[in-house]
Design a protein around this ligand. Sequence first.
Ligand code: APR
Length: 232
Amino acid sequence: MKKIVFLTGAGMSVESGFKTFRGSDGLWEDYPVEQVATHEALENDPALVINFYNRLRKKLFASQPNEGHKLISALEKDYDVTVITQNVDDLHERGGSSHVIHLHGELKKMCSSADAYNPDYIETLTEDNWEVIPGTKAKDGSMLRPFIVFFGEAVPMIEEAAREVSQADLFVIVGTSLNVYPAAGLVRYVPIGAPIYLIDPNEVTQGKKCDVTVIRKGATEGLQELFASIKP
Ligand code: APR
């Protein structure tokens, strides 16, 4: 089975009603990203940060995967598919994808602020229990924080992601401006000779150095076009 590896970003979830990070207004769901996605922000105003992710999580539970998510999972019939996503939503999973690597964390999860990756302290929230009261403690007594990789923090899943990319027969980038590293650097692990596609309705100026076939369309339309051309 040939291996297709996807790298997706905020544009993947636009058709499900989410905003991108670097849209024309420069805000992410109404906030400057540094106000809600840095460790300093969490320390200075934990309530603002916790409540921001509460709202986003509530919205996520009310949202649905779009056709693009479903098209990607449908490929599992004919290909070995890995999805590497920068998105913290679970729309790839709910769209049916079985192998999803989250580079930047997961909105549905909370963790210890002292020991973020200790599985004993990770809690998964549900549709009926989506809200975290600011100040709630994790099981180790530290503050419960969103299981989100903030700016300036390490990206532990990057090594597994790079391994996957290095085995790809085809690499497809969808809906990311390729501004944020290390995610944007994954393209360098694509084996020589494996085609690279980039689907985005706008011009992506980053990552220009690689030999990429650009499909300048939204996620669903672009994926339809690509899959029609690579039919097994
Ligand atoms: N379909 C596909 N792509 C789209 C669509 C669509 N319908 N609408 C917009 N896009 C594209 C935009 O043109 C842009 O190139 O999605 C891209 C989104 O880019 P960013 O907003 O920069 O988001 P992303 O690349 O995912 O950001 C990376 O930055 O703030 C951090 O951690 C956060 O994971 C995030 C990371």
